[in-house]
Structure formats: structure tokens, C-alpha cells
Design a protein. Sequence first.
Lengths: 440, 252
Amino acid sequence: MPSRRTIPFDYPAPGADPAPALPGAGLPWLDALRDEGRRLSANGLPSTRTEAWKYTSLAPLAELDFPHPAAAEAEAIPAEPETGAFDALEGPSLVFVNGRLSSRHSRLGDLPGDLRVRGLARGLANDPAGIEALIGNATPNGDPLAAFNAAFAADGCIVEAAPGAVMDQPIRLRFVAAPGSEPLAYHPRVIVRLGVGSSLTLIECHEGPAGAPTWSNPLVDIEVGAGARLSHVKLQIEGESAYHTALTKAALAGEARYESHLLALGARLARHEIHIRFDGEGADCQLRGGYMARGSQHVDNTTVIDHAVPHCESREVYKGVLDDTARGVFQGKIVVRQDAQKTDGHQLNRTLLLSPKAEIDTKPELEIYADDVKCSHGATAGEPEADQLFYLRSRGLDLRTARKLIVEGFMGELLEEVGHEPARAVLSERVAAWIGGDRS
Amino acid sequence: MLTIENLHATADGKPILNGLDLQVNTGEVHAVMGPNGSGKSTLAYVIAGREGYEVTAGSITYQGRDVLAMSVEERALNGVFLAFQYPVEIPGVGSATFLKTAVNAARKHRGEQEYDAMEFLKLVKAKRAALGIDDGMMRRALNVGFSGGEKKRNEMLQMALLEPSLAILDETDSGLDIDALKIVADGINALRAPERAMVVITHYQRLLDHVVPDKVHVLAGGRIVRSGGSELALELESRGYAGLGLEPSAAA
Ligand SMILES: Nc1ncnc2c1ncn2[C@@H]1O[C@H](COP(=O)(O)OP(=O)(O)O)[C@@H](O)[C@H]1O
Ligand SMILES: [Mg+2]
């Protein structure tokens, strides 16, 4: 009898055209990795009986028929993807259409010698041993959605900063679905390695047209070297039929700093899961997430922070706005291991509910095995405060304008922390547009 | 300008205003004094239209209109301004952005051209200098982390920019040191005008040394129990509310 902890999911759909082989097929280590991924993914999708997926149901995703991801060829896609949210920024840009790197839309420019950026499919062809070294230990550990990524990643990219490399311009990764009428799934694998003392801003953007359902299942695998800094901006504005299930994992060496600035506005269902592991002392991780959902959208932020070593600091601030019957989820787990003395961890989740039918489920989970630590969490959810509305209206602002200012301020506080000014401006515009009525 | 007759108001079913009468003519400055808990802020809130208060009897007429039938913003757009005893913090909303939105809402209501960013900056610069407000404060989130004095001066800046016909100042003097008190008093006096009326709510007589009122009223137990000229404030100062038999317990 099948376990009730999984939802059966035939992926790719049976009867889909026989797929061409995925890039790198025939490499023994890669075949083994994919076989393992396929074996695990054949179990299906996690159901709401699984603790980690208690509040987010993937049942509607399991009903969709997706073709094999190898069938998508970026260069063969005739329609131009619409302009991207971050197109006006400077710096190297990789564009993935339907999960495949499109050289037509990407531009790397003149990268400094200490920075290396390459596509995964091309890397598998040119430098399989190099890729094996980077991807080799990235087995999915039984994580049900990562297993799909391991089995079916058709492309992705590798960003490597040499020790001491400092890049002022951000590196942009744009994932977009070409307009189409058939369901489409892709599983990009992104590998980011920052050498000792290097510094980088990475902008990840997931866009897609309204229309046929898409499922994007990216896995972003990050290692921040000793004393290195990564500022990771992610904007997710996929169309109203989209499913987005992302896993971002980052391992931080001593004195490293990782900042995540997420803004999630799109998709019918989006799950942003972040796993942080502290490997060296004195490291610091700042996770800031913003979510805005309306209609029947569902947005899930799940974080796991593993304080495996002493003297590290983690800060999480997740703030969102939910309207109509939108549903939000925040699950924040902080594990402080026995040796991880002097850990400083703080977590905050705040949600503005603009409609009586909007809901947020917040689940903090602190697992603390060390005794000399500072750890705390807090959560609030409610309507905009009556006192704030009254104050603004008493100055002549109508109710709509007053609410708009309060919501803009609420989200604006979060975006203030984005260090890269042009990126921050793009995010602010998106927030303003959402408040003005746009879905994404 | 403002006529309040037999005003009864409750909050959570508890009677707070119990038959209050007040008549303020154009060009006048009235002081309303009273012990803590006598209903001063409630009076201010009911005039401004805050939720949570139920008017069970009586009327408030402003410029010939029934105030109680108007929305909060309508009252404001028609020239009613309340300087809050406890100005509200609005996280993430820049003070300058808020001020511009409020001033332009008023201009739009009057059928005037809205200010652009440059025009507005010039206007604010002139007004804020007199109140000792620096540019840094304008760039901070509205009232967030402001000291008590900064909050009160910010209220005065809003009043100066919005140029109301009826200003109600709820304990704008409380929590101010003597220098700040002087600045705020100068700000109030600068706005005294034949076409404007003010109701200055205060617990102490101190502000009234600088802003000399045309009339003084004593509020106790939710009613005006005495009215007089500015000398009534001095009498209160020397004898105290107790001297008038008006300690909060006695008044209730
Ligand atoms: N929203 C409310 N709900 C219940 N009681 C209130 C409310 N607002 C004021 N009160 C009560 O009404 C009385 C008058 O309060 P207030 O108007 O603030 O007095 P003052 O400003 O003169 O100190 C106090 O006893 C206060 O506790
Ligand atoms: Mg009061």
C-alpha cells in the first residue's frame, strides 16, 4: 500500500514523447546521481502528512501532466521572452528560457579574471571532471523535491569567485518560461562558490507569463568561503498558473556573511525553502523575506538554520501582506548544536492581513542543545493598525491611500536592507505595483 | 466656527462625556483644562472622528455642518486638525513622503494644483526651520524613534503646512522642556489668525503663559464645569484642581 506521506506523481507524464537524453548522459557519476534522484522522486511528492509540508499541499501539482524537461530547447524557442525585471541593471546576465541557458539572451561581457560563470550543460560537455567535483556531494539527501532536481536538471550554471575577488556589478540569473499553451517543468541547478574573502551580489529572478501551468524547481547550492560575503537577491514573479518549489542551501565558512533578500509575489503556489549551515565560527547570516499574495495564491517560506559551530549569528525577518483568500506559511527552524555556544539567533515573522479570509500559518521551531546561547522568535499577524489608519486619515488621506502608505512602509522597511541600490529600486517598484493592483 | 451642544459619548459602554457644551468663534483661542481622565482627549478624538467612541446624545457643528456625519478625512480636508497627545508611529513611511501626500490631498480637495517635489521641499524648508526640525528628521520614518519633543514639533509642522481652520491641540505641551515649549508656543502663536480658531487642551497652565487664550474652560467628569477668561488658568495654577473641588476622584 502506498504511503500516505506521499502523493503519487507520474513525472514526466507517461505517454510524453520519448525524450532526448539530458546533457552529460553517459557520465557514470552523473548517471548514478540521476538514477538515485529518479528512484527517490518515483515515490511521489510529499503530502501534508509530512511534517515539513503540513501547511502546503502539492496535490494540484501532482494532477498536471508535464513533458520530459529534456524536450525543451532554449535556442529553438521562437517567442522572445518579455523584458526582465532587472534588465536595466548593469553587469553579466544569464537568461534561462524554459530551464535552458539561452546564449541568445544572455550576456556575460568582460568578466574579471577572478570570476568564472558558465552554464551547467556546457560545463558537463567541456569539463565533466570539474563539474563532478562541484556537484558530487550535492546528493539530495532524500529531500523529495531536490530529488527531482537531481534526476531532471537539464541546465543551470556555476558561479565561482576566486579568493579575494570583489565584484561590484551584480550577476543576474533570470529564469523565464516562454509563452506557451502546454505545461512545462524545469529544474535548474545553480552552484555558487565564493573563495576566501571574495564578495559578490547575485540576483536571481523567476518570471513567467500567465497561461499554461509551469513548474520551476530550482536548487541553488551555495558555499561562502572564509570571510567572503554574498548578497543574494531573489525576485519571484511567475504567472498565476505557476508552481515554484525552490531549495536554496548555503554553507558558511568562518567569518563568512550570507544575506538573502527575497521578494515573492507570483505563482499560484510558491515554496521558498532555505537551508543554512554554519561550518566556521564568526559567520553571519541574514535572511530577509517579503511576500505579497492575493486571490487564491499560496506562498510558503521555510527555513532551517543549523548552528553547527559556536559564535555565529543568524537573523531572520520575514514580512508579508496577504489579501483576499491568500494563504501564507512561515516555518522557521533553528538548530543549535551542543558545541555551538554563544550562538545568537533571532527570528521574526510579521504579516499584514488585508482581508478577513487571508491566513498565515507560522511555525517557529527552536531546537537548542547548547546552554550559552541567545535565541528568540516572534510573530505577529493582523490588520493594519486602527491607530495608524486614524492618524493618516486625520491628515486628510482617504482610507485607500492610508492603507497603501502603511503597506508600502511595512514592506519598505524590509527592502531598505538591500545593499545594491538599483536592485532595491526594482524591488520597491514591484511592491508599489502590487499595491497598485498588479498581480506580479 | 465650532458649536458643541449637550455632547454625550461612551467608550466600551462607559460614559466619558456627559453633556458637554462648547462654543468657539472664529479667530478665538480657547483653552480646555482638566485633571487626568476628565475626558479631554476623548473630546478631541470625537471631534476628529476616531473609532471606538459612541456619541449617544448631542451635536457637534463646524462651519454650519454636522461633524458627526462626516468621515475622518472629510473633517480633515474641511480644515479640522488634531495635534495628537501621542502621535502615532508609522514604520517605513518617510516623514517627507507623508507630509507631501497630506498637503497635496488638501490642495487637491481645494481644487488647487498639487505641489511637485521641488516646490514642496522649498515650502517645508521654510516651515521646519522655525520649529527647529532638521532635514534628517524629515528623512526618518514618521514618528518612529522620535523623542517626545520631536513628535510634538512634528505635529506643529503638520499644522503649519495644513493651515487648518480649526486646530485642536491635545497636550502638545506635555513632556517638553522649556526651550521646546517656547518653540511650540511660537509655532502656535504664528498660526493665530482672524480666520482660524484653536482649542488648546492642556493639563498645566505653563503653556498659557506663552499662548494667552481668549477663554478658558475647565473640564471635569466629562462636562465643562467652569468657563472664564485667561485669569481662570491662573486661579487653577495657584489653587490646583483640588482647590476647585476637582480632583479626578472628586470629579467622577
Ligand atoms: N477607548 C476607551 N475605552 C475605554 N475607556 C476609555 C477609552 N478612552 C478613554 N477612556 C477612559 O475615559 C476617561 C477619559 O479619558 P481621556 O479622554 O483620555 O482623559 P484625559 O485626556 O482628560 O486624560 C478615562 O477614564 C479613560 O480611561
Ligand atoms: Mg489626554
